[in-house]
Design a protein around this ligand. Structure first.
Ligand code: SF4
Ligand code: FE
Length: 483
């Protein structure tokens, strides 16, 4: 059985012996802990939707390795249609979760590693691609959730990995032996890692020969000996320990649930090693992964924005301003920005090309443009939502006050908007907007899939400014640089 449903996924997490800390405490069971339940629900939905006849066309695919029906999240893109379906799937799922469902990072890591190991083997005579295919087959057959583990802590950003005062600022190989390698370091901001089965380690930056100990890619179970996860905080996360309303999106939470993952001398057998000191290919792997992941953002953030727009329309109605022309203009602006993001993701997918491995890769220029737009447009979409929703999203009393036997009536009375809508609906919608447009969600749009500067570097590198200059010189009647 290669397709799990959401409950089978939850049960599969119970078997893991994860070493997780949150709030300074060791967590023995993430599956039933309210801090983790929303993230697990979001990931579980990716499993349920693969089994739903209404959505299975987007959420499943046929494995090119086995011919079996598998989750699209474990699929290697075989066409531009696959790339486009990925974006449509992400928007569809984000419409249902209103938050990150985490599974795309491993999806992108598998595709990036698949394409680069093939090219490495062609050039260097290594055998990484065959190993990766074997790992991939087991991921597909067991419908595993893989966390893509790229970002290192990075220490002094002005220094390369081998120049750091503390050599552990980037994950590195500290030993090679007959059985495999031993690695040390940490990966930061690991989306969904505490509810993943496997992590796929990749280097985080291009490397020089001095850095070759840091050029490492491998797969590690999330509960392997020596692995420790320290779960990150999010805006208002303690509300998960209270009632429902104050959480806003109580089913699916805010963004993905990230952790700092420490690798304390973790042993990795050779069959799970996909790069070992081939520093020349580190930069290519980073670029492939980054472009695949940036492709996503007009899909998932487009889908999240659909929900923010809907919540904002509802708030305007509850407050009696739904028909005001300035509100309609602002809603139109939000829709325009959302569809612009989505168009970019569709475009970079439709313009995808096959790599030497046969797997399809997105147009990297367009994918980077999408993600750079996300770092701006989501802020603008959220700003417009705040503008229309009103100050109560920042000042509302708690659910406990609303339910209080003595003072609840005042909350009920003075937060009433249009008479035909219950006060509680207005409060619920305000909390949803607070949750979806607040600090953690915004920062994720800025830095998820890499900071804006990383996109600028890749955009400029591909921009061919010389060609553009010659185009202008020709039209202006100037002797061109090319003669
Ligand atoms: Fe997927 Fe979006 Fe979450 Fe990234 S932020 S893992 S693309 S849902
Ligand atoms: Fe992300």
């Amino acid at each position: 059985m290669s397709l799990k449903d959401g409950n089978a996924y939850r049960e599969s997490l119970r078997i893991l012996k994860l070493n997780v800390y949150a709030y300074g405490q060791k967590i023995d069971n993430v599956v039933d802990n309210p801090l983790f339940i929303p993230h697990i629900n979001a990931a579980a939905l990716t499993y349920d939707l693969a089994n739903d006849p209404m959505t299975e066309d987007l959420v499943t695919a046929i494995s090119h390795l086995t011919g079996k029906k598998i989750s699209r999240f474990t699929h290697i893109h075989q066409s531009t249609e696959d790339l486009v379906k990925k974006v449509k799937m992400l928007r569809m799922i984000a419409n249902r979760t209103g938050s990150c469902f985490q599974r795309c990072v491993g999806f992108d890591a598998l595709n990036a590693t698949y394409t680069v190991t093939y090219e490495m083997d062609q050039e260097l005579g290594t055998i990484y691609h065959q190993r990766l295919r074997q790992f991939l087959e087991s991921v597909q057959n067991n419908d595993l959730m893989v966390c893509g583990a790229m970002t290192d802590p990075k220490g002094d950003r002005g220094l390369r990995p081998s120049q750091q005062k503390d050599p552990d600022m980037y994950v590195r190989i500290i030993e090679k032996n007959d059985q495999g390698i031993i690695i040390r370091g940490a990966k930061a901001h690991m989306t969904g890692i505490v509810n993943s089965h496997e992590m796929l380690i990749m280097p985080t930056t291009a490397m020089a020969e001095d850095d070759k100990a840091y050029a490492v890619s491998c797969a590690i179970p999330t509960d392997a000996p020596g692995v420790l996860h320290i779960f990150g905080r999010q805006s208002n996360d303690e509300r998960r320990l209270e009632g429902e309303i104050d959480q806003g999106n109580f089913n699916y939470g805010i963004v993905g649930g990230e952790a700092l993952t420490i690798l304390n001398d973790v042993f990795v057998p050779w069959e799970r090693v996909f790069m070992c000191e081939e520093y020349q290919f580190a930069g290519l792997l980073v670029e492939r992964f980054a472009s695949y992941h940036r492709q996503n953002y007009g899909g998932c953030k487009g889908g999240v924005s659909d929900v923010i727009i809907g919540a904002t329309v509802a708030m305007a109605e509850y407050s009696g301003v739904g028909k005001a022309s300035h509100v309609r203009d602002k809603i139109c602006e939000m829709v325009h920005l959302t569809e612009t993001l989505y168009s970019g993701s569709i475009a970079c997918s439709a313009e995808g090309k096959p790599t030497p491995s046969g797997a399809y890769f997105v147009d990297p220029m367009l994918a980077n443009a999408v993600k750079l737009n996300v770092t701006r447009f989501i802020y603008e979409i959220c700003r417009l939502s705040h503008d229309i929703a009103g100050g109560l999203i920042a000042t509302l009393p708690s659910e406990k006050d609303l339910r209080h036997p003595e003072i609840g009536k005042y909350v009920e009375k003075y937060f009433k908007g249009v008479d035909s809508f219950p006060t509680e609906d207005r409060i619920r919608m305000a909390r949803l907007i607070e949750n979806m447009t607040g600090g953690t969600a915004l920062v994720e749009s800025m830095h998820g899939a890499g900071s804006p500067q990383a996109q600028r570097v890749m955009i400029l590198r591909q921009a061919n400014l010389q060609r553009k200059k010659v185009l202008a010189q020709k039209l202006a009647g100037i002797k061109t640089d090319k003669g």
